[in-house]
Design a protein around this ligand. Structure first.
Ligand code: AFP
Length: 335
């Protein structure tokens, strides 16, 4: 593959497909640069004052890690001056963050989980940043939370950066998925794969098995059949992976296939699931569908869900199309 930079890729994509107008290109480049900055902090580990917990809690009522706050600050600061954004929303902030009045407001809305997989920070396991881009609809001045409540199929772009053995950025603007690896000598993002495709079948599932006794019957049935292997109805053995960083589990699925489940469970029946719709499930569903995979909440396409609240949660089943369809079919039969 020709070694081209992120900038050249975006310019050529705009020339070819016309989906990356100047403001969106600037947004993507600014977010990619912010991820490089976050990677520097992540890679410092114990050598920088970045491990452990801060003294604060986020809107989810979770104790924040120092890196959660650092990553959030980096993204807010990087995106404030460019004139490409009207406002931002983050897992780490109760309400939306509008661009300061001293800067021009743009037409895009940026949502992010600045540091996904926080429970893995202090044990040196891959973590990531997830982002989703919407366009502000309507021509009213100013921006409010309601402007963000658009279904995932309205996304203009989505992506993540995984801070692992390599630092890799995955991106879609609706014309397939491309991946860029950080060249640390040059400090630049280099295109390392494009037109990523998820195999429709797989022998690998990702779920937190410790929750098994709390799942709804269709999920239990699906996993039991995977565990039954060649002697069971699936007639093949399965492997299991659970990294507990959604970015890392999704990256593996984009790279070699698989199915990821974070389903509803009966411990908190009013909570549809653990993962957040707007800045975890929607961007990952966009990427997975663009790579030929599928993503549902067990019943319907994640990208079709109309959000009611900025921080609402959702059940997630995503990855290899045939497996996601099987889990969804088991839910339909159960209803
Ligand atoms: P943290 O950011 O609190 O570690 O949660 C990560 C996450 O939102 C997602 O990245 C993982 O897939 C999932 O939660 C892991 O959840 P469990 O720790 O319950 O397995």
């Amino acid at each position: 593959m020709k070694k081209i930079s992120l900038t050249q890729y975006l310019v050529e994509q705009q020339r070819e497909h016309g989906r990356i107008p100047a403001q969106l290109r600037l947004l993507i480049e600014v977010v990619a640069r912010a991820c490089k900055q976050i990677a520097i902090s992540v890679n410092k580990g114990a050598l920088g004052d970045v491990l452990g917990t801060a003294t604060t809690e986020n809107v989810q009522g979770e104790v924040q890690k120092k890196l959660d706050i650092i990553a959030n600050e980096v993204l807010l600061e990087a995106n404030s001056w460019g004139g490409h954004l009207a406002a931002m929303a983050s897992e780490e902030m109760d309400s939306i963050h509008t661009v300061p009045d001293r800067y021009p407001q743009g037409e895009y809305l940026l949502l992010f989980d600045p540091l996904d997989g926080s429970s893995n920070i202090d044990v040196n396991v891959s973590i990531g940043t997830i982002f989703s881009v919407l366009k502000k609809v309507g021509h009213h001045h100013g921006v409010n939370e309601a402007d963000f409540l658009q279904s995932g199929k309205a996304q203009a772009a989505a992506g993540y950066c995984i801070y692992g053995p390599q630092t890799t950025l995955a991106l879609t603007v609706g014309d397939g998925v491309a991946m860029f690896t950080l060249d640390r000598e040059q400090g630049s993002w280099v295109l390392t794969s494009e037109n990523v495709q998820i195999p429709a079948d797989t022998k690998e599932f990702a779920v937190n098995m410790s929750n098994m006794r709390h799942w709804a019957p269709p999920v239990k049935r699906y996993i039991d059949e995977c565990l039954a292997g060649t002697d069971g109805p699936r007639g093949k053995d399965f492997n299991m992976r659970w990294i507990a960083s959604m970015v890392a589990d999704v990256h593996r699925i984009l790279t070699r296939g698989g199915v990821f489940l974070y389903p509803w469970d009966k411990r908190e029946p009013d909570k549809p699931g653990k993962l957040r719709l707007m800045y975890e499930a929607n961007p990952m569903a966009f990427l997975v569908e663009q790579a030929g995979g599928a993503a549902t909440n067990g019943h319907e396409r994640i990208l079709d869900i109309t959000p009611g609240k900025l921080h609402e949660r959702v059940s997630v089943v995503l990855g290899s199309k045939n497996e996601v369809e099987r889990v969804t079919a088991y839910h339909a039969k159960a209803n």
